[in-house]
Each structure stands twice: as structure tokens, then as C-alpha cells.
Write a protein that binds this ligand. Sequence first.
Ligand code: NAD
Length: 519
Amino acid sequence: ASWGFSRLLASAAAPNPVASTAEPPKVELLIDGKFVDSTTANWVDVKNPATQDVLSRLPLSTRSEFDAAVAAASAAFPKWRVTPVPTRIRVMLKYQELIRANMEELARSVTMEQGKTLADARGDVFRGLEVVEAACGIAPYLMGEVVENVAGGIDCFSLRQPLGVVAGICPFNFPAMVPLWMFPMAVTAGNTFVLKPSERDPGAAVMLADLAQQAGLPKGVLNVVHGSRDVVDWICDDPAIRAISFVGSNQAGRYIYARGCAAGKRVQANLGAKNHAVVMPDADVDSTVKALAGAAFGAAGQRCMAISAAVFVGGFDRWRQPLLEAARGLKLNAGWEADADVGPMISPEAKARAERLIASGAAAGARVTLDGRGAVVPGYERGNFVGPTILEGVTQDMEAYKEEIFGPVLCCMNASSLDEALTLVNGNEHGNGTAIFTRSGAAARKFQNEVDVGMVGINVPIPVPLPFFSFTGWRGSFAGDLHMYGRAGVQFYTQTKTVTSKWPSEDVGAIAQAQAPSP
Ligand code: NAD
């Protein structure tokens, strides 16, 4: 492995790194096929959220480094776009093999930098790997359409061609999966790419970029720059960048959508969420409670598809005790500890914000049935831990409900009927995911039909679509019109060219005569 991989691997290797006096490794940029150290004077510490140990130092790339990345991507495009589709696919076939072979190292990096358990970290890599696998089957999605004889002797057909240089801006919560939602589809469709990983946990993205080089991606096809708002602005404004894929918060995403679109780019922006579960009185208690606890508190609630609100049709009383037991049964610990179910939150600020929102719910009249504030994990006293928290009697006007807490907090609400529950869910600004728990096909069918949310689970708590579908958040959870991965993802990264073609038939005879051997 080249530098990008091995340096970060070393930093993530110790199961429980103790603060050392050694200088933490620098996170490298990938520009034109080479991993390089930034020349910037501005660096950010990447910290282990369970210990606050500094794992690596991330550069805020300079303008000239960003320009070099875009120039490399621009220079690589003409050759890459005419590289045969099967050749591009073969790079992805090799890439999926390399990701599989390095799964544990990637997962360990995710756990060390992001905090989630190793099992969740493996899932993070695996769900991204599935997009790479899907990219190996991209060819049917690249097909155009043909109509013969649109006029006498005239045929009309459409082609899907790549855009050119495209960029991706990633969040902290899925450091492997989200980059893999983006560049594998984009480059297999013939584009070249500039990736900006999250500045909080860039390690997995850098390792993945290194593996993509090893898989045979030519230099310049994938470039990685690091930074925060400056780099984001440069991406939005650079005329050479044709499209932006963004995943992250509403605040950043709405800004990037507006600025990128104003500069004439395509933008797809997956935004924040408040995902509701609707629990019908006939739902199976054991499986529903298990599903709710996993979806609300797993990964410390830092999933865009986490269930953060549960609407109990007919009331919460019979659910309180089993849910409490399920939540209490989850073990809070550093992600690499074998018994960990819930890891730390990403930062002390994120923890403080979640605790403040819990307090605001309590102040507004919600009951804190289970309080995870002030959780201390022995051995990891400096970790950003918040324990599973159940807020009961939450109403729509409360800040704890209106804000995305993005922590292990479940807001429990009541409804007297499915219709009332639907009104509540549809009244929320977000429309990412939702789930209904019921034994009734009729209730499930009504829900799937009437709910104004883009991804629906029926007795499935986190209905993330596999990559042959697309990730279809709606309303406040998405800006743009073509979603990520699947057919829509390929459409986003390609543009349609329509050709109208006339070859006069009399030419055939003329060619035959011209080519006939002389007697
Ligand atoms: P974030 O918006 O803070 O950061 C995402 C990216 O945007 C980062 O690369 C960051 O550098 C950049 N950024 C941050 N603030 C910016 C600003 N003011 N201007 C310009 N750029 C900025 O998001 P996060 O905290 O890393 O991730 C958590 C959020 O992402 C949650 O809201 C979660 O719901 C959302 N998310 C959504 C999906 C989805 O598919 N809908 C998936 C994962 C995460």
C-alpha cells in the first residue's frame, strides 16, 4: 500500500491508543495519482471520539492544491471518457475485491475516527461496497434510446455521456459508505472526480482512494482534497466542476445547493432527517421494540435513517417497559470494545447539543423516561458518550422534536389513529425515511400510499434501499431531482445527447460502384 493507506493504518492500528508524544500522521491529498502532503499552514486535529486522542492531522487545502486537483481531473477526462465501458468496469471489479480484502482495516479506521462499533463500521464499509458492486453492472443504465425513421430515412437516438469533472462533499457519519455512494458510479460512468471527505474522519476515504488507485484507476480520475468551508466554496464556484453530490446537514446542504446551482451546476443534496416510526397497537411487541431500540440508539443515533421519533397509535403505556428494558440492555462503550452496542458521539459539541435538546424537551413538558445525559464509560471518561435516552409525551411544538438531535434520543409521541399519525409524520419538514410496525396489511398499505416520505419500511426499521434502487429522501431531506446511486445516480452523472441522423440511401449504390473492381 502507498502512503495514504499505510500512514493512516498505523494511526488506527492500536486497539486502544494511548496519547503518545509522537507527531500524529498528516492526512494526505491525492492529486493526479500521487499522495502528497499539503503545504498549508492550517491543520485540524482528527480525534478519537472515545478518548480525544489525536489520530491524525488534516490539512485545510490551499487554493493552489485545490486548483491542481481540478486541473488533474480535467486533464484525465478526455482519455477516461473514451476508455471502453468494460475496461472501466474491470477497475471496479478489482476495486470491490480490494475493499473486501481490506474490510477490517477500513472498519477499524471508521471506528477509531467516527466512534461507531466495529460491527457498525463493517456495515458502513459493506453498504458502500455494494455500490461498487452495482457500478460493475452500470452498462444497462448507460444505454440510450433509438427511434428509427422519425422522418424519411432519418433515425433519432440518444446517448448518455459523462459530464466531465464532478465533485463530492461528505458528512462525518458514514465515512466509508458516503464517498462510495458517489465516486464509483461517477467514474464508472466516465467522469473524473474531486472528493472532499468530512474533515472529522477522513481516514477511510483516503484509504478507499488509495485502493481505487491500486485497482487501476488512472491518475487524475479520482482526486482527494481536504478542508471545510473554503474548499466547499471553491467547489461550488469552479466552472470546471459540472456537478456536486452532497450529503450532510440542512444548513450546509441548502447553502451548497443554492451556490452550486447559481454557478450553473447540477447539485444533488441529501440533507437532514427526522425519521418517524409509526407503531400500531397490533404490532408484535418483541420484534418492534428490538427494531426501535436498534434504529434509535444504534450508531449513537448518528444515522440519517435513524428513527428519532416514534408515534404510538393508541398510546405509549404498553410499550414503555419493554422499550426501557431494550434500551437499558444496550452497552455504551468505545466502539472497538467487544461488548459495545453504542459508541460515543462525534464531538464534545455534538454531545453538548444533544444534552441541551434533551433538557429543552424536559423543560417543555416531556418526561425523560430514560436519561443518557452525563453518561460516563469507565476507562473512557473523556469520551463523547450520551446514553440511550427516551423522551415521552413529546409534542410537535417542542424544540427537541423540531430539531434533528442526531444523537441516541427517541422522542415518543401519541396518536389516536393511523390517520392522526400520518398527519403528524407528513407535517414534519423532513421526509427521509419512515417505518410502520403492524400485523395489518391494510394499515401497511394505507401507510405506504399516504405517507409523504421517500423511503418506507414495513416492519423494517431502517429501510435503506440497496444500490440497484436509489436513496430517495423527499421534501426537506433532499434538494435536487436525481437521487444518489441506482438508475437516478447514473442519470445524475450523465447528460443526454440526442442525435438525428440521415444517410441518403442512394449513397449505398454509389459506394458499391466506386468500390467495384475494374473489369
Ligand atoms: P455537515 O453539513 O456539518 O458537513 C457535511 C459537509 O459539509 C462536510 O464536508 C463539511 O466540511 C461541509 N460543511 C459543513 N458546514 C458547512 C457550511 N456551513 N458551509 C459549507 N460547507 C459546510 O454534516 P455532518 O455533521 O458531517 O453530518 C451529519 C448530517 O448529515 C446530519 O444532518 C445527517 O442527517 C446528514 N446526513 C444525511 C444523509 C442523507 O442521505 N440524507 C446521510 C448522512 C448524513
